[in-house]
Design a protein. Structure first.
Length: 376
């Protein structure tokens, strides 16, 4: 395939009018390319950008990764691709070990499979059950336990080594030891935690390199007690940001990019099964979630993830004043790099997977290319 005349988002974070050629599912050439014997897409006046990468999504269109069913993952993947999300991590929640084992075993054969019409499942975000109960949010308190390295190792083995990031509250019993051990295997993210600044700092020193949905599920960022949010500032850790207009105020979204820099912010959806669905009642880990006006809550009033797809989070970030280039990084290369996928996806680079979007100037989706094949 040859994509011509588009404003291409280059891997140095700038836009240039360049042609792009794909071959064998990969990006094969950039620049002034000719090729009359292949499919040509004219992208004049449009942005040509990497496919979006959502490293934290639970579900969509009535399906949830934690259903533990191949059909549910496929439903999610079809919807995500239709919205421009070409890669994702299936995200679990606080559930019993045997249930997580089934979920991860079900996902294993689907990881990395490029299926036409489907976003590619790139691995697992293990969110739970190693949390502090006081910061559980919408996680089911029945299943929250202290960090258990043996359980994590067994689940990673069952998954085929496909856990890309695991969440933990470092202040819980054995938390720092867990961080030190698990960080040798995958990314470790601080999440659903009461950790103060000192404890969080020790966790980052022990190997944690990620913060799950910053501000949400952790102590407030206070000037005398900066907590996890403040401890992450002086590190190289990536921070996830739910940019749905509900979880974090637009002014704070701007502050996050200033605090951490545009190369460390990862836009995520944290979407649950009601994403793409009408208002109503839904299930999340055995708890009833009510969705009304774009807000998903459980009976306690706690937010229960979002109902906003990553593509809309990206567009909202731009609407809230984040430069287009920074918002694109946060929805593509930053999340890919944060979980070790940047050698495959996340940027328009020769040799990487040809997962590409063509956007109109209003950022609406015009075309989706997956593995060099036109999907939309």
């Amino acid at each position: 395939m040859l994509i011509k005349n588009g404003m291409l988002f280059c891997d140095d974070g700038t836009f240039r009018i360049l042609d792009l050629e794909t071959n064998g599912g990969q990006i094969s050439a950039l620049g002034s390319v000719t090729g009359s014997e292949q499919q040509v897409l004219d992208a004049t006046g449009c942005y040509v950008v990497p496919g979006l990468v959502d490293i934290h999504i639970h579900g969509a269109m009535g399906a949830d990764f934690s259903d533990g069913e191949t059909a549910s993952i496929q439903v999610m993947a079809q919807y995500l691709l239709s919205q421009g999300v070409t890669s994702f991590l299936g995200t679990s929640m606080a559930l019993p070990g045997e249930r997580l084992s089934h979920i991860f075993r079900t996902a294993r054969p689907l990881v990395g499979q490029a299926i036409p019409g489907h976003s590619t499942l790139r691995g697992i975000n293990m969110e739970g059950p190693f949390f502090h109960p006081e910061k559980r949010g919408a996680q089911n308190p029945e299943y929250i336990i202290p960090p258990d390295l043996d359980l994590f190792l067994k689940l990673n083995e069952v998954s085929g080594g496909n856990i890309r990031t695991v969440a933990v509250a470092p202040e819980t019993s054995g938390g720092l030891d867990f961080v030190a051990a698990a960080s040798k295997i995958c990314s470790v993210s601080l999440a659903h935690s009461c950790a103060d600044y000192d404890t969080a700092s020790r966790a980052f020193a022990a190997g944690a390199d990620h913060v799950t949905h910053v501000f949400n599920g952790m102590p407030s960022f206070h000037h005398r007690d900066p907590g996890i949010v403040g401890a992450a500032v002086g590190t190289d850790a990536y921070v996830e940001l739910i940019c749905d207009g509900i979880h974090v105020h637009p002014a704070m979204i701007q502050s996050v990019f200033r605090l951490y820099g545009e190369d460390r912010v990862c836009l995520i959806s944290d979407a649950m099964r009601a994403c793409g669905m009408p208002d109503g009642q839904y299930d999340l880990g055995g708890q009833t979630v009510t969705v009304a006006g774009g807000r998903a809550t459980i009976g306690t009033g706690s937010l229960a993830g979002s109902v906003t797809v990553l593509a809309d989070c990206f567009r909202r970030a731009v609407k809230y004043g984040i430069p287009l280039e920074a918002a694109l990084k946060a929805a593509t290369i930053n999340p890919a790099r944060s979980v070790g996928l940047d050698h495959i996806v996340g940027s328009i680079t020769i040799g990487k997977q040809a997962d590409i979007l063509i956007l109109n100037t209003d950022l609406s989706l015009k075309n989706v290319i997956l593995g060099g094949q036109l999907q939309i």
